[in-house]
Design a protein around this ligand. Structure first.
Ligand code: ATP
Ligand code: MG
Length: 399
């Protein structure tokens, strides 16, 4: 059975007759997600809804409409743009295609034309469940304060930047999720909406519950209201991960410290399990215990990546000793730079997206590169005490 094509109509509201015609004309049903005026916030709304098609009704100032078509074409490459106008002159049709529309519908809308246009779109749509699956990375520390939340937020941002693909964070600290602070977001939706609408949850609805920091970085927040965490169960988490990995290249999870069934369901789903620790006896012991538990849970060692956060070379612990105790190689280290870390948290901007010249940014780039096999685009040498020129332009630039 073919699934509905999701459409957002822009320009003006449809008449009842137009709406009925659109919904019933094509063999593939059309789900009209919203009807929006061509106002400044329309792109934000499109980014949130991520429809498969945008139907732009050309009216008013034509150039204004064509500018919007161009921006949708650039910013939402997966959304097919259909222009529609009462003016079917070659100039208008040509300008629609030049701006990035893939189809044109004349007005009043004709059923056979709607059917033909949307059947073409239906054939070109890559359905998320048919495309390849994104990678799930869980960052876990059994001891508090190792930097799980900081590392999760920055790793997701770093993966998105390196790959130029979408990444999202799932905050599973259901009682007190801090990710919005670390990512500088104010979520309206959360995993509680997944619970509320579980019966009708699909990839579109799931996408609309992400709070986007940019096109490339989103967050599925922990419940924003006290007491809403109790309803979240394993099946909600598992389904959210499955739907998000079908539409996002990297899903990075910040699970709670307690190894309850929700945490385990997230760890089970992870392709990479980052075991985070700091170089102190309690954290190393705790990591050792966690590794034993992972073995009992049947986790393959190749999935487990030991990462040392807040790393500075100290005479007490060198990495070799840590590797000996853990009987596992250290996969990567993240430098200790409290000033930079706390400053980024205080302004709500992941450090890796800032213009800071901290060594931490380089370390996240190396970690992301090791996880994905993608080489950083420019030089990879780490800044020494004096940062090299061009460093900011490599990692601090927003492109
Ligand atoms: N690489 C780093 N260098 C310096 N400081 C860091 C680094 N990573 C994290 N921190 C600091 O450590 C503190 C704790 O970080 P974070 O909140 O991410 O830990 P957590 O493991 O999520 O804690 P909790 O167990 O409470 O959830 C923060 O103040 C953060 O700034
Ligand atoms: Mg935390």
């Amino acid at each position: 059975m073919s699934k509905a094509i999701s459409v957002v109509v822009i320009g003006r509201s449809l008449s009842q007759q137009e709406r009925t015609r659109l919904r019933s004309a094509s063999q593939t049903p059309l789900a009209i997600l919203a009807e929006l005026p061509n106002a400044p916030q329309v792109l934000d709304e499109l980014n949130r809804l991520r429809p498969q098609a945008a139907l732009v009704l050309l009216n008013g100032e034509l150039n204004h409409s064509f500018q919007l078509v161009e921006r949708i074409h650039q910013e939402l490459p997966d959304t097919a743009v259909v222009c529609s106008s009462e003016d079917n002159s070659p100039e208008v049709i040509l300008q629609s295609f030049r701006s990035g529309a893939t189809e044109f519908l004349r007005q009043p809308l004709v059923e056979s034309e709607i059917a033909s246009v949307f059947s073409k779109i239906e054939q070109s749509v890559i359905r998320p469940e048919e495309s390849h699956l994104g990678r799930v990375v869980a960052v876990y520390a059994s001891k508090g304060g190792c930097g799980t939340t900081f590392v999760t937020a920055n790793l997701a941002a770093s993966l998105a930047r390196l790959s130029r693909k979408r990444a999202c964070v799932i905050d599973l600290n259901l009682q007190a999720g801090d990710q919005p602070l670390y990512l500088g977001l104010e979520p309206i939706y959360s995993i509680h909406d997944v619970v509320r609408n579980y019966d009708r949850l699909d990839d579109q609805l799931m996408a609309s519950y992400l709070t986007q920091r940019s096109k490339y970085l989103g967050l599925l927040a922990a419940p924003t209201e006290i007491g809403k965490d109790e309803d979240v169960r394993v099946e909600h988490v598992t389904r959210a991960i499955a739907l998000l990995r079908a539409q996002t290249e990297y899903v990075v999870i910040d699970p709670p410290r307690m190894l309850n069934e929700i945490t385990i369901s997230a760890l089970d789903a992870a392709d990479d399990l980052i075991l985070l620790l700091t170089l102190d006896i309690p954290a190393i012991r705790s990591a050792r215990r966690t590794l034993d538990i992972f073995t009992r849970l049947g986790y393959d060692r190749s999935r487990i990546k030991v990462v040392v956060n807040r790393y500075t070379k100290t005479p007490e612990f060198d990495l070799k000793q840590v590797e000996k105790v853990l009987e596992t190689q250290v996969f990567a280290t993240i430098a200790n730079d409290y000033q930079a870390a706390i400053a980024s948290i205080n302004v709500g901007e992941p450090l890796v997206l800032s213009k800071n010249q901290s060594r931490v940014i380089h370390d996240f780039s190396v970690l992301s590169s090791k996880l994905t096999g993608i080489k950083p685009q420019t030089e990879t040498s780490a800044p020494t005490s004096k940062p090299q020129r061009g460093w900011t332009s490599i990692f601090g630039s927003k492109r």
